[in-house]
Ligand binder design. Sequence first.
Ligand SMILES: NC(=O)c1ccc[n+]([C@@H]2O[C@H](COP(=O)([O-])OP(=O)(O)OC[C@H]3O[C@@H](n4cnc5c(N)ncnc54)[C@H](OP(=O)(O)O)[C@@H]3O)[C@@H](O)[C@H]2O)c1
Length: 296
Amino acid sequence: MSEQGRPNVTVLGLGRMGTPIAAAFLRAGYPTTVWNRTTGKADGLVAQGAVHAATPAEAVAASPLVVVPLLDYDAVRRVLGPAASALSGRVLVNLANGAPEQARELASWATDHGADYLDGAMMALPQTVATPEGFFLYSGSERAFTTYRAELDVMASSHYFGADPGLAEIHDLALLGTGYAALTGFLHAAALLDALGTAPADFAPLASRWLTGMAQFLPELAREAGARAYDGGVSTVDLNRVAVDNLVRISRANGVGGDVHEPLRALLDRRSADGHGEESFSSVFELLRPRDAGQR
Ligand SMILES: NC(=O)c1ccc[n+]([C@@H]2O[C@H](COP(=O)([O-])OP(=O)(O)OC[C@H]3O[C@@H](n4cnc5c(N)ncnc54)[C@H](OP(=O)(O)O)[C@@H]3O)[C@@H](O)[C@H]2O)c1
């Protein structure tokens, strides 16, 4: 505990994400204990005031709040396994990327060892940790989230989904999926323009501006998909079918594969063939959602 009453915090894992997380706790005045498999990565943080624990068990024992930004769940198990007996009475915040069932299994294991478990997902880059651009998702113990909300907010603004430990991971994957589609679309477009003489760096600012504008479209898509009502959209299946077909054909003609957009063209073709060409673009949702999913 610091003189200002801030609790000790332990950070296990000092990779690209763990290092700025530990640095953020130090900057915010938290006594911070760190551990990393490759010990040299702790040096910079020790120079900033961190305590370097010799073992994971020693690091866990040092703090009531243990934050774990390791590579994956396998690494978390390997590191925490020998430290299990030190977990009792502590809050464990696992920030490794994984699947919902892995989060539930780890929560059960941690609870069996007397820890309160919060699963987390970092919607941030190393450089956006502890900045307004980054945000972290949490699920699991509400008591842990409430008790340590101020400490969690040191890393990034915090969003809590509920008691099921898998909820943060499924939302993480959903957000990653949204981003991957946009980023892959950008790489495809950059390849096409590059082939035609426009450098990717020259295209990036335009693409960034376009994506920002497209984000304004999400509430409309969400409203239509949520209501399963697709007749009021500004942009129809058939209109977008023509654009996507043009994109695939022109890409191919310039030696750029159609791998990114052919799946979307197939969806639009199916929707149109089924008689829904005049419906909103969002009606593709009907081909993506489980067939037996009921109205919410
Ligand atoms: N980088 C990003 O932009 C980003 C953004 C959001 C979320 N994430 C997620 O954040 C998590 C950490 O990513 P990162 O970018 O910080 O990864 P990273 O730079 O590769 O660091 C991985 C960390 O895990 C440790 N580690 C890996 N395998 C281990 C093992 N078997 N035993 C003990 N320690 C092990 C590494 O230790 P050593 O130093 O000894 O190798 C290091 O501390 C991942 O789940 C990632 O998906 C990353």
